[in-house]
Design a protein around this ligand. Structure first.
Ligand SMILES: *Cc1c(COP(=O)(O)O)cnc(C)c1O
Length: 410
């Protein structure tokens, strides 16, 4: 926290900004961020109320428009991403919806990676298609495909890196240059890396999207989202959308995420250390066909990932277990998952508790087998969102199924 008498000095590091950015304390001098759990705000008089509603005077009126706890969250995530401003949203998808409502109209064209979060694919491909916005889905890694997709009406390029579950990395700076040459904006979903590892705005992205539900909270408690970017878009374009359409971040959730962000730096480093250890170990295990992790030298975009992600791979490691047919591969993957006793069988990520997932029958279960194969999601694929348990316990939990797989399941 800061206040008028002791403004924060410039040049602070992300670990410090994650603890110290936010509104000044109230008159009581609370040391922890205050939680303003209120829907409305009392106005000193009718004239002030009029000016605040007209937007000619700063001041809180109603929590759908703004709330001090949400403001602290917005200031903190903007400081970490290095953008002028940020706006909170009820969820990560609420943030992407707000962005689409603010930037797009019927007749506009969007280019989006084929490998982004499933709900994002549906939002562009199904929901906004209904309103006459056309989206071309392209390769995550081939910039030439993005370039070939540009049209005169292209308004937005949307990327997410690394992707879920195969951790493919796109070149943010190359996509930003392409977007700007086309007169379009680049938005990057930075949910997997968080600003601790990757700051897309510093690589030319115009907007940075967050699901605060994942690493920013980090402990699997609340839903939250945000868009980070220049004030002229955040304040003038997205502010009126959230006020009108109502995908506002709840002050309680903002407060939980504020507290989570205080430990974001140490958590992300610890997730990365554990994940790299698990990935390197997996590569040496029999019964495993392939490991996907940006921190491994065997990863197809390892060099790009390391330069773009502060030398770290993040928390998500995926791997293919062996299996001659899709049925055998699935049975083997299920055996490994069902043999665990510590990690959680669930479909979330960004939690301090390790989560194990079978993408082929969960997040990607509604795709056809042909679509899944095109996306590289085999029936033997397992995704680990590596948490902060002791790394030897995580490895032992995976080894439990792998060892019996090798003796009798192959
Ligand atoms: C979870 C997730 C989202 C959506 O966030 P919610 O808070 O669940 O709405 C968007 N992008 C990525 C990469 C995610 O993992």
């Amino acid at each position: 926290m800061t206040d008028n008498e002791r403004p924060l000095p410039p040049g602070l590091h992300p670990d410090t900004l994650a603890l110290r950015t936010g509104l000044a304390p109230s008159q009581y001098g609370e040391h922890s961020d205050a939680l303003f759990l209120t829907s409305g705000f009392v106005q000193p008089d009718a004239e002030t109320s009029m000016r605040r509603f007209a937007g000619t005077e700063q001041g809180y009126t109603y929590s759908r428009t703004s709330n001090p706890t949400v403001t602290s969250f917005e200031q903190r995530i903007a400081a970490l991403e290095g953008t002028e401003a940020a706006i909170g949203a009820s969820t990560g998808m609420g943030a992407i919806l707000m962005m689409c409502m603010g930037l797009l109209k019927a007749g506009d064209h969007v280019i989006c990676s084929r490998s982004v979060f499933g709900s994002t694919l549906n939002l562009f491909g199904k929901e906004f298609a209904k309103f006459g916005v056309e989206t071309t889905f392209v390769s995550q890694t081939d910039v030439a495909e993005w370039r070939a997709a540009v049209k005169p009406n292209t308004k937005l390029l949307f990327a997410e890196t690394p992707t879920n579950p195969l951790t493919e990395v796109c070149d943010i700076r190359a996509l930003a240059d392409l977007a700007h040459a086309a007169g379009a904006l680049l938005a990057v979903d930075n949910c997997f890396c968080t600003p601790i590892l990757q700051r897309p705005a510093s690589l030319g992205a115009d907007l940075v999207i967050h699901s605060g539900t994942k690493h920013l909270d980090g402990q699997g408690r609340v839903m939250a989202g945000a868009i980070c970017g220049p004030s002229k878009l955040i304040v003038d374009v997205f502010g009126p959308i959230v006020r009108t359409a109502g995908m506002a971040l709840s002050p309680f959730n903002a407060w939980v995420v504020l507290k989570g962000m205080e430990t974001l730096g140490v958590r992300m480093k610890a997730h990365g250390t554990n994940a790299l250890d698990v990935a390197q170990w997996l590569e040496k295990q029999p019964g495993i066909a392939r490991v996907y992790y940006p921190g491994l030298t065997s990863h197809a975009q390892h060099d790009l990932a390391m330069s773009q992600q502060s030398g770290q791979g993040g928390a998500v490691v995926s791997f293919d277990v062996v299996g001659d047919t899709p049925e055998t591969a699935r049975a083997n993957a299920f055996h490994v998952i069902n043999s665990t006793r510590v990690v959680s069988v669930a479909t979330n990520l960004g939690d301090v508790k390790t989560i194990i997932t079978h993408p082929g029958t969960t997040s990607h279960g509604r795709l056809t087998e042909a679509q899944r194969q095109a996306a590289g999601i085999g029936q033997g694929l397992i995704r680990l969102a590596v948490g902060l348990e002791h790394v030897e316990d995580i490895k032992a939990d995976i080894a439990r199924g792998l060892s019996t797989l090798n003796s009798d399941k192959k």
